[in-house]
Design a binder for this molecule. Sequence first.
Ligand code: ZN
Ligand code: ZN
Length: 253
Amino acid sequence: MVGLARGSWWILNRLKQSATDLLLPPQCARCGIDLPEFDRIPLCADCQAVLSNDDAFCPRCGQFGQRHGGDGTACLRCREAKFRFDSVISLGWYRGDLREAILTMKRPSGECLSTGIAQLLAVRREHLLRGFDADCIVPIPMYWGRRIWRGVNSAQVLSEELSRQVGVPVLTGVLVRNRNTRPQKDLGHAERFRNVRGAFSLRRGYGLGGTRVIVVDDVMTTGATCNEVTKVLKKGGVNAVCAVVVGRAATGR
Ligand SMILES: [Zn+2]
Ligand SMILES: [Zn+2]
């Protein structure tokens, strides 16, 4: 009886919340202003403009403003880097307003913003995301201790919303973070690659052989983390990996 009462209370609350959602106008997930009408993206036009960048970016490393052939070939800079992943899709430069938004996304209070940004990414990069023709989405996992401390893994929230938007399933448990690595931001270029070496492993039984995988993270700086994850996935038989990130740092490789 108690269980039923609790269940009914929960359902009533959900109904009340849904009714409130219907009555109140939707609000921008970043600045909170009322949105004039229902849009696929819960961000106002100003926020959409400052959070995304429609300049050309290198399809191989995701860097904006890098010269490349325009035919899917790598830019001069990442041709030397020899990344293991096949392509990168990014929303904008990791600086200014987008950097601030990404830092907010790392906090539990930033979950709505992560969802809004994932929707913006899905709309702005729709042809690239669909063009990759992925079989599944894999978020870059956070070490469990850090996850408990932080309360949220923004890569996971981004992956779940991207999955809803592009209709590709998320495989959450397939990739495991074996240890807590030092924050990449405190390290130099070569150190970042060393820092993540051996940090990830693959759980057996997911049948990834021959598949195309999208890996999702909030930021790419040197590409060391996505590179290491790609190494593990490809050892497990994955055919192609596309790294999807919100912010791409302009420096580093
Ligand atoms: Zn706004
Ligand atoms: Zn490049």
